[in-house]
Design a protein around this ligand. Structure first.
Ligand SMILES: NC(=O)c1ccc[n+]([C@@H]2O[C@H](COP(=O)([O-])OP(=O)(O)OC[C@H]3O[C@@H](n4cnc5c(N)ncnc54)[C@H](O)[C@@H]3O)[C@@H](O)[C@H]2O)c1
Length: 340
């Protein structure tokens, strides 16, 4: 198979943008050319770390000969850089959530189609070994058809209060549901039909962060019904920043998945480590979440159409938009109501 060298850039030099930069910097077929961030110091610090140029001006990327760009700006700020780069003919990998409006997702998909560029959404759970195994066992028929499931992905309060500066513009639903809702839809191979949700806005709002503390959404898929939970107020004493549980009952069998990493550290407190740099060794980063990013570079190098598409991003956004509509209107909301 013909594989060519590709030139890449990253927009957004924050926590996750750094993971994109690390994945590209360690990919044998990638020349990482630019890091772009509105904050010049952040852009330069990451560019110096991975050995490339930095800029605060996205036009420098648009006007360059780079092939593809990762967009790792905050949840609500994916659309403008995505459209600017697609318009310039660049392939894009957009962090989850693809967009926070169905209409914006449609606009990016249409622009990418018109320009003939590749568009992938970074649903990294599709590259998580446990979720890949769950998908495999559903596909194999061993578990029968999906019946009922439970997917919890929650963070300690550190995430909205200390890690992210833009919690008020997002929330546990936009930050966490894209992962579980997309992974579940992917594993079930069923489309969502209707959502009924409940949520609470008290604790974070009282701290000046205007977003939900916790949201529970019951989603009816074509056959299966799944409860999704996302919460941003787990005490920091919890042994891991991310609490992740997934159970799926099928007509012939069941999958149970829990995210304990198999290593516990007891020092200042008892904890399960969750940090990409704790698993950087031999000069390279090792973690499943680099795999989706490397895969996007492979698709460019091999001129293949990536999985984890704009439409997958659109459906996840529609599920979350329906969740929010259900919370506001206190009723079950059909996905078709937000998809239009
Ligand atoms: N796949 C995952 O597991 C995972 C984990 C964490 C975050 N994320 C996603 O990655 C994205 C970034 O999150 P983060 O935690 O790195 O946030 P962050 O706040 O650490 O970094 C965001 C960066 O984007 C920059 N920025 C904002 N608007 C910009 C623009 N228009 N052009 C250029 N730079 C801009 C900010 O200055 C900041 O440096 C979010 O969408 C988030 O949901 C994904």
């Amino acid at each position: 198979m013909a594989r060519k060298q590709v030139k890449m850039a990253v927009v957004g030099a924050g926590i996750w943008g750094e993971n994109h930069a690390m994945a590209y910097a360690n990919h044998p077929l990638v020349d990482l050319v630019y890091i772009c961030d509105l904050d010049a110091d952040r852009a330069k610090a990451l560019a110096d770390k991975v050995g490339c140029a930095s800029t605060t001006n996205i036009d420098d990327l648009a006007n360059s000969d780079i092939d593809g760009v990762s967009i790792a700006t905050p949840d609500h700020a994916h659309k403008a850089p995505a459209l600017r780069l697609v318009e310039a003919g660049k392939h894009i990998l957009v962090e989850k959530p693809f967009t926070t409006e169905v209409a914006d997702a449609r606009e990016i998909i249409a622009a990418a189609k018109a320009k003939g560029v590749k568009l992938m959404v970074d649903f990294q759970m599709r590259w998580h070994p446990q979720y890949m195994a769950a998908k495999h066992y559903m596909e194999s028929g061993e578990l029968g058809e999906g019946v009922m499931g439970y997917a919890r992905l929650s963070d300690t309060i550190h995430v909205p209060t200390e890690m992210l500066s833009w919690g008020s513009a997002s929330g546990p639903e936009w930050f966490l549901f894209p992962h579980t809702m997309d992974a579940t839809r992917w594993i079930l191979n069923e489309e969502p039909v209707e959502v009924f949700a409940r949520g609470s806005k008290r604790i974070l709002k009282g701290m000046g962060i205007d977003c939900y503390d916790a949201v529970q959404a019951s989603v009816q898929f074509e056959r299966s019904f799944i409860t999704f939970e996302a919460c941003w107020i787990i005490p920091n004493s919890f042994p891991t920043v991310v609490d992740n549980q997934f159970t799926l009952y099928g007509s012939k069998g069941c999958i149970e998945l829990d995210s304990k990493p198999g290593i516990a550290i007891s020092s200042d407190r008892y904890k399960y480590p969750f940090a990409s740099n704790s698993i950087t060794r031999y000069g390279k980063p090792f973690a499943h979440f680099y795999e989706s990013i490397k895969y996007f570079a492979d698709c460019l190098a091999e001129d293949k159409t990536p999985e984890s598409t704009g439409n997958d991003g659109l459906v996840a956004t529609a599920m979350i938009q329906a969740t929010l509509k259900s919370l506001t209107e206190e009723r079950a909301v059909k996905i078709s109501e937000v998809l239009g």
